[in-house]
Design a protein around this ligand. Structure first.
Ligand code: FES
Length: 166
């Protein structure tokens, strides 16, 4: 079972590049809604929002570091660590919750040894929340590496997990 990890970046491929981050932020600094665009740009470039970028964002948008962190944390698209090799998303929206996604999430967390939003220490799995995949008729839904799976029971989750387990 993968070991639990902190919410800190640890993957080799996600290398902080302050010059690149500054260029991304400068591109959006004077635009309305620029903070969101800059966050999207950083997420795309690095695969997560590096903590090193908070001060740059705060300066560029005349905000406190805490305000930047607050915006980043509010949106589930923005992560604090690089994603693992396999990304599992479990829908937490209403229809899926009504059909057991909370229990499924708990099962997945126990199976993977991590909680939502975390990446396993070996970098193999990232477990994420997602809010409605548009497949409510076949709730509860998950995605595995971008592929949607509906009516996912704990047994079905285990079968999918085994396909990508190290
Ligand atoms: S609520 Fe989960 S797919 Fe719509």
């Amino acid at each position: 079972m993968p070991q639990m990890t902190s919410d800190k970046p640890h993957m080799e491929e996600a290398i902080w590049d302050g010059k690149e981050a500054r260029e991304i932020i400068d591109l959006h600094a004077t635009r309305k809604g620029g903070l969101m665009e800059a966050l999207h740009g950083l997420q795309h470039a690095f695969g997560y929002i590096p903590a090193e970028s908070y001060d740059l964002l705060a300066n560029a948008f005349n905000l406190s570091r805490a305000e930047v962190y607050g915006v980043k944390s509010f949106y589930h698209d923005f992560t604090s660590a690089p994603a693992g090799q396999h990304i599992i998303q479990i829908c937490q929206a209403e229809s899926c919750q009504a059909r057991g996604s909370r229990a499924l999430t708990q099962h997945a967390e126990e199976m993977l040894g991590i909680t939502l939003g975390q990446t396993s220490h070996d970098g193999h799995f990232t477990l994420q929340a997602v809010y409605c995949l548009g497949n409510c008729a076949v709730s509860p839904n998950i995605t595995l590496d971008g592929k949607a799976h509906g009516r996912v029971s704990e047994d079905r989750f285990d079968m999918l997990f085994k396909k990508v387990a190290p």
